[in-house]
Structure formats: structure tokens, C-alpha cells
Design a binder for this molecule. Structure first.
Ligand code: ADP
Ligand code: AMP
Length: 216
């Protein structure tokens, strides 16, 4: 099973991915998470990527494609994976096709989580992330038991710089101009499924499960 999770920033991709990879035993490949982790470890790629991320811009196709190529070559990605946040441009989608082709592989399904503009803003501005384990919360929709403390690991929560209003606007523009065209790219191939992301976490998950079938 090789799945791609799409949708605007704040649609709930990461939240759903967390559950899907556990239930379906898939390797989670989130480019945003990889860049943040690389930055936290003060690696050159992470430091370079963060210059773009903070402003809400995309990291270059060249860097992103290479990061994904190396990740897909690892053993744990050979059979099953879930891609979250990649591809984000048509150039990346074409690069992914080439990479998978070279591996004699292809995507099983592309799931697009559809959410309206106003809801996205509310979700991004209220999102909080654990500095230690990366778990995602929301001040209103998924609050922690204790304010600003991660339920999973006790780490401290923070607000991503790119979730601040200045960056959010830019990210939504970029999504519309650069990422949305990919949806048509996959629709044309007949592997696109759309899910209403404006439901509860569990309802969205159930719809995704209906597409993927019960985990074996
Ligand atoms: P993405 O990975 O698509 O950027 P996230 O999964 O990080 O999105 O979700 C963005 C924010 O919205 C998070 O704070 C998350 O807790 C919240 N969220 C996600 N899905 C839902 C939902 N179905 N209902 C309410 N809040 C949600
Ligand atoms: P995300 O965690 O998916 O919201 O991604 C956070 C940020 O990382 C994005 O706003 C981009 O700056 C960068 N990023 C993540 N994935 C990609 C990608 N496929 N291409 C370019 N930049 C990306």
C-alpha cells in the first residue's frame, strides 16, 4: 500500500497520518516533519530549509526531491508508505513518478482532504506542536490535559512560526497556485479520492478507512 495524503496546510493530514500509519502499518514520510527534525538537529539541510519554511515559502524542488529520494531508498519504505506533504508542485509530482517507476512501484491511492478556507485558518492559528515528539494538538479542537504540556511525552508545546498569520496567508496562496494543480494530475490518472475534512477527527478517519479498506 502506497498512499499519498493531500490537502491544504491545516487540513488535518498529519493528524490523520498518525492514525493511518499505525493501523495500516505504513512508513510515515512527512517532508515538513523531516525538515523540522533536520533543523532541530541543526543539520545544514534543515537550516537552509527553515529559511523558506518560516516565511511560509516552499523549499526548492531540488532539495525536497533529493530528501524524498533518499528516504524512499531506505528499507522501511520498500513495501508500504504514506506520503504527507509531498509532492507540493507539479515538478515534484513528476519527480515522484520517475522515482517510483525506477523502483518498479506506483501509488495505490491519493486521498485529498477538502477543507474550506475559514476552517483552515482557525486550525492553523490554534495548532500547537510538541517540541520533543512532534505530536500535534489544537488549543480548542484537541487540547492537552495540562496547558502547553504534551499528553504523549510531557514535552513543551510551541506554535510553529509558519502558523503565524503572516506566513499562513502566503502558504494558502502557494497551495492554491502551486499545489492544487497536482490534484488534477492525479484525478486524470483515476487514483484520486476526496474526503470531507470538515468533520470530526474520527469521521474523517472513517471515510479514509472506507477508501483504503479494513487494515489486514
Ligand atoms: P496538516 O498536517 O494538514 O497541516 P494537522 O493535522 O496538523 O494539519 O491539523 C491542523 C490543526 O487542525 C491541528 O491543530 C489539528 O489538531 C487540528 N485538526 C486536524 N483535524 C481536525 C478535525 N477534523 N477537527 C478539528 N480540528 C482538527
Ligand atoms: P508541513 O509540515 O507539511 O505543513 O510543511 C511545513 C513546511 O515545510 C511547508 O510550508 C514548506 O515550507 C516545507 N515543505 C514541506 N513539504 C514540502 C514540499 N514537498 N516541497 C516544498 N516545501 C515543503
Amino acid at each position: 500500500m502506497k498512499i499519498l495524503l493531500m490537502g491544504p496546510p491545516g487540513a488535518g493530514k498529519g493528524s490523520q497520518a498518525e492514525k493511518i500509519v499505525n493501523e495500516y502499518q505504513l512508513t510515515n514520510i512527512s517532508t515538513g516533519e523531516m525538515f523540522r527534525e533536520s533543523y532541530n538537529n541543526q543539520e545544514p539541510i534543515g537550516i537552509e530549509a527553515m529559511k523558506f519554511i518560516e516565511k511560509g515559502n516552499l523549499v526548492s524542488d531540488e532539495i525536497t526531491n533529493e530528501v524524498v529520494r533518499l528516504r524512499l531508498l531506505k528499507k522501511d519504505a520498500a513495501r508500504c508508505f504514506l506520503l504527507d506533504g509531498y509532492p507540493r508542485t507539479v515538478t515534484q509530482a513528476v519527480a515522484l513518478d520517475i522515482m517510483l517507476n525506477e523502483m518498479n512501484s506506483k501509488l495505490s491511492a491519493v486521498i485529498n482532504i477538502v477543507v474550506d478556507h475559514e476552517i483552515i485558518l482557525e486550525r492553523m492559528v490554534g495548532r500547537r506542536v510538541c517540541r520533543s515528539c512532534g505530536a500535534t494538538y489544537h488549543v480548542e479542537f484537541k487540547p492537552t490535559q495540562k496547558k502547553d504540556v504534551c499528553d504523549a511525552c510531557g514535552g513543551t508545546l510551541y506554535q510553529r512560526n509558519d502558523d503565524k498569520p503572516e506566513s499562513v496567508k502566503n502558504r494558502l496562496n502557494i497551495y492554491q497556485n502551486k499545489t492544487m494543480p497536482i490534484i488534477e494530475y492525479y484525478r486524470g490518472r483515476g487514483i484520486l479520492h476526496e474526503v470531507n475534512g470538515m468533520q470530526t477527527f474520527n469521521e474523517v478517519y472513517k471515510d479514509i478507512q472506507n477508501i483504503l479498506g479494513e487494515p489486514v
